[in-house]
Design a protein around this ligand. Structure first.
Ligand code: GLU
Length: 464
């Protein structure tokens, strides 16, 4: 078998979106699975829409997901000489020809075909055929170059995802491969690149299915080996409609901003249209061991934000506390919250991670330990009853010299409520609100232990 070479070939006209990232991931995983090479190619020939910012956004997204390429990035705009060279070779070989049809003539042809209710297409008037006399090239009309598409028969391939796909050559007119100004056109550049880069598997979105028969015909005319094609079905949003900006975060880097871990996004994207039995959680390493084209589903995959959040929480829990703390620290610092004073951030995130599914939610949760908390008066009034005040005062006295660990603090809480004839929440709830400004927290003894004696005493003093 030939060494595997796959590529990701984004057009830099926007950020790296979820669909593009999945294409990149599948191409990357396939190359890694087979010990092959993964190539990054930037298809920037649409100069009006391509921007350096978009190139950077793609590189940033790939770097965040840690999808490293082995070769490239290659830029199509830097390969113009090569495309022009191949066009000359095709002209010489007779697989392409000059066409001098003017725009006016094409418009007239189209109008005529529409009147006859036939599909508008180039009629091949400049196409050389044996024994066919060609018109004399008109003066002053710069010609385009057209590909001499095979006449008759079919062009077919066994798509690794969609199965056999066949097009009649009749359906394909002679594609313009170079414009009148000499610039090569999109489908042609893709062919030359896939050929030059020795691509063995083309994994891409199924919006390219209609380009494939043209590309196969051109590759064959070049004497190139035709790669395997795997066309991925589109991704639908949570609501079943085609994934779009309406669905919120569709840029990969938006997920970074929203507090997702790249491991979670990778795991999630891998399952978006591909499966390995019933496995939902697997590492990047396992993905590389398991990935194949046979288990990509032909039907559209539906985005499921809940599942992504679930995976994200899983990976957050798997992250060593020191590492998790470092990530949360960064996010808090960006909000101007200094975590160098106050409780040990590592302990804080460990205490809260079970109830948080993004880094941002975790940062929100632990932020209260590093800023001055003023409980909302209504919330405090709701939870702090008059009967609880003396109990809280007693508790404050008690913690001045209790052993500073959750079990001892817990014992003191129990002792205090028993002494005052109260139910546990009567004391625990106002403590929560006073210490964190929130009515929902992990176990209150753990929160107290985390904050530290001085902090707890100060907060009680301020609020009683
Ligand atoms: N540049 C194309 C795109 O962004 C991909 C082309 C291909 O993979 O062949 O949709």
């Amino acid at each position: 078998m030939k060494p595997v070479r796959t590529r990701f070939a984004p057009s830099p006209t926007g950020f790296l979106h979820i669909g593009g990232a999945r294409t990149a991931l599948f191409s990357w995983a396939y190359a890694r699975r087979h010990g092959g090479k993964f190539i990054l190619r930037i298809e920037d020939t649409d100069v009006a829409r391509s921007t350096p910012e978009a190139v950077q956004a793609i590189l940033d997204g790939m770097a965040w997901l840690d999808l490293t390429h082995d070769e490239g990035p290659f830029y199509q705009m830097q390969r113009m000489d090569r495309y022009k060279e191949v066009i000359q070779q095709m002209l010489a070989a007779g697989t392409a020809y000059y066409c001098y049809t003017t725009k006016e003539e094409l418009d007239a042809l189209r109008a005529e075909q529409e009147a006859q209710k036939i599909k508008p297409r180039y009629d091949g008037r400049w196409r050389p055929e044996e024994g066919k006399p060609l018109p004399t090239p008109p003066a002053g009309v710069p010609p385009v170059v057209r590909f001499k598409n095979p006449k008759g028969g079919t062009v077919a391939w066994d798509d690794a995802v969609k199965g056999r796909i066949e097009f009649a050559n009749e359906e394909l007119d002679d594609l313009i491969i170079a414009r009148a100004d000499g610039t090569p056109t999109y489908n042609f550049c893709v062919c030359v690149d896939d050929w030059d880069m020795g691509i063995t598997q083309v994994i891409r979105g199924d919006d390219h299915v209609n380009n494939t028969p043209r590309q196969i015909n051109i590759l064959k005319a070049l004497g190139a080996e035709v790669p395997t094609y795997a066309h991925l079905s589109m991704i639908l949003g949570d609501d079943g409609a085609k994934l779009s900006k309406r669905h919120g975060a569709v840029s990969v880097m938006q997920y970074e901003e929203d507090g997702f871990l790249p491991e979670a996004v990778i795991n999630y994207l891998a399952r978006l249209g591909w499966s390995h039995g019933d496995d939902e959680i697997f590492s990047r390493q396992q993905l590389v061991e398991w990935f194949d084209l046979d288990h990509i589903t032909a039907s559209a995959a539906q985005f499921n934000t809940e599942k992504l959040l679930w995976l994200n929480q899983h990976y957050m829990k798997q992250t060593p506390p020191a590492e998790l703390a470092a990530k949360v620290k960064q996010r808090l610092a960006a909000r101007g919250v200094d975590t160098s004073h106050g409780p040990d951030l590592e302990k804080a995130v460990a205490l809260y991670v079970d109830r948080c599914n993004t880094l941002n939610v975790l940062a929100d949760a632990v932020e209260v330990f590093y800023v001055h908390v003023t409980p909302h008066a209504d919330l405090l009034a709701q939870h702090l009853s008059d009967e609880a005040r003396p109990a809280l005062a007693d508790f404050a006295a008690g913690i001045a010299d209790v052993a500073w660990e959750a079990p001892a603090i817990n014992a003191l809480i129990k002792e205090t409520v028993t002494k005052h004839g109260l139910k546990m929440p009567k004391l625990a709830m106002p403590l929560r609100v006073i210490l964190t400004g929130q009515a929902q927290t992990p176990s209150v003894d753990a929160v107290i232990a985390l904050i530290g004696r001085e902090g707890v005493l100060a907060a009680l003093k301020n609020n009683l």
